[in-house]
Design a protein around this ligand. Sequence first.
Ligand SMILES: Cc1cc2nc3c(=O)[nH]c(=O)nc-3n(C[C@H](O)[C@H](O)[C@H](O)COP(=O)(O)OP(=O)(O)OC[C@H]3O[C@@H](n4cnc5c(N)ncnc54)[C@H](O)[C@@H]3O)c2cc1C
Length: 446
Amino acid sequence: MATYTSSTPQQFFGQLPEQTDVLIIGGGVIGTCTAYWLAQKGVSVTLCEKGRVAGEQSSRNWGWIRQQGRDAAELPITMESNRLWKQLTEETGEDLGFRQQGVYFLAENEEELKSYEAFLEIAKQHQLDTELLSAEEVYAQIPGRKGKWVGGMVTPSDGRAEPWVAVPAIGRAAERNGATIVEECAVRTLEFEGGKLTGAVTEKGTIKANRVLIAAGAWSSLFAQNLGVSMPQLCVRATVAATQVAPDIFKGDAADGTFAFRKREDGGFTLAVSDIHDHYIGKDSFRHLAKWLPAVKASFKGISFGLNPPKNYPDSWAHRRSWTGDEVTPFEKCRVLNPAPNPRAIKRIQERLYDRFPQLRGLKFEETWAGMIDAMPDFVPIMDEVPTQQGVFIATGFSGHGFGIGPAAGRIMADMLMGKPAGYDLTRFRYSRFSDGSKIELGPFI
Ligand SMILES: Cc1cc2nc3c(=O)[nH]c(=O)nc-3n(C[C@H](O)[C@H](O)[C@H](O)COP(=O)(O)OP(=O)(O)OC[C@H]3O[C@@H](n4cnc5c(N)ncnc54)[C@H](O)[C@@H]3O)c2cc1C
C-alpha cells in the first residue's frame, strides 16, 4: 500500500532537457509541490528523482496535516498549507484524500493537559480553531478505554491526506502545467563556472540551470557536503503499521503520549508509537554532535542508537563524502530508501492498539513499514538560498511534519526561486542559523 521499492512501477517518464530555468533535486512532497507552483507560473522547471516520486518519506508518513502544536514561526505557514490542500484538490481534479476531521492530542494526566495551554495561546493569536476538551468530550468522540485520557486538545480544521496517492497526483498535475519530471535520474553534483552556478550532472547527462533546489530529504546533507555546503541534518527510523479495514469508530487523527492513530480512506487505521525511533550512528552523528546536544537532552527518551548504518544509507560509513560528476554516486546505488520496520515497535503498536481500544482486539495488520525522517537540531526546516553559492536553494529537514506543510513550503520555495517575496519572515528557517553563533531554539519535537 504505502511502501515503495525500486521495483514499484515507474510513473514519470520525462526526458532530461538540455536546459531548464529551475532544477529540483528530489521528488518528495517538497520538490513536487515546488515544481507544481513554478510550472503554474509558466517557469520552465525540471524535477529529477533518483527513484520514485514520493518513494521515501513522502509516501511513508502517517498522512497527518496538522497545524496543532506547531512551532510559532511555522504555524502561519501550516495554516496556508491547510488552505492549499483544499485548493490543490480542486485544481488537480484528483482525490488527494484530504479530509478535515481534526487532530486530537489526548492527555493521560493533568500535567500533560496543562502543557497544551502554551499552544492554545499561540492558536488564539492566529485565530486557529483549537480548543481544549474535557474527558467526557474526548470519550464522546473517541470510544477508547475509559480512564486512559483525562482530556485533550483538538483543532477541527486539521486533517489528513493519503500520502502515496497525493504526491504523485500533484506530480501529474505539475506535468500537465508543463513541468518535466524524470524518475530514475539521480543528480550527482552541481557545476559552477567562475563561481557561478551553471547546471548539474545527472546520471542521464548534464542539464544547464542557474537555479537549483536541493529538496532531497534524508540525502540533502550528503549531496550538499560534496559541494562544500554543510548542514547538521540527521535521520531517525520511524516504524508504522496499517490495519485491515476496521470498525468505523473514529474518523480523525489522534495521539496520546506514546500512541498515534488515524483513519485511512480505505477504512483501516494507520498506527505508530512515538517512543521508539532508531538513529544509526554514522560520520555525521559525530560531526554534528555539538549542535544536536540540546535536542538529545530534550528528547533522548525513546531514541535507540545503532552502530552500523546499512551500507546504502545516507550516513553510511561506506560512503565517500566527495566525488565528481563522472562517478556513480550513493544516490543511484539506493533508488528507494526502504528501511525494515523495527519489530519491537510493531509489537508495541499492537499492544497499545488493544490497550486503547479493547473492542478492536484481534484486528490484524495489513502492512508494516518504516521511513527515515530527516531533521535539523531545532526540529524546524531550512528554507533558504545558500549564502555562499548564489542560485543554490535548500528546502529540507522538515522533521515529522513535512507532509502537511508541503504545499505551502513548495509555494514559498517557488516564490523564492523566482526572486519574489515569500510572504513570511523566514529568519527562523535560515541556512546560516547553525553557523552564525545563534543559540539553538528547539521547536516542538513532533
Ligand atoms: C514514519 C513517518 C511518519 C510521518 N508522519 C508525518 C505526518 O503525519 N505528517 C507530516 O506532515 N509529516 C510526517 N512525516 C514527515 C514527512 O513525511 C516528511 O517531512 C516529508 O515527506 C519530507 O519531504 P521531502 O520532500 O523533504 O523528502 P522526501 O519525501 O524524503 O523526498 C526526497 C526525495 O529526494 C530524492 N533524492 C535524494 N537525493 C537525490 C538525488 N541526488 N537526485 C535525485 N533525487 C534524489 C529521494 O529519492 C526522495 O524521493 C513523517 C515521516 C515518516 C518517515
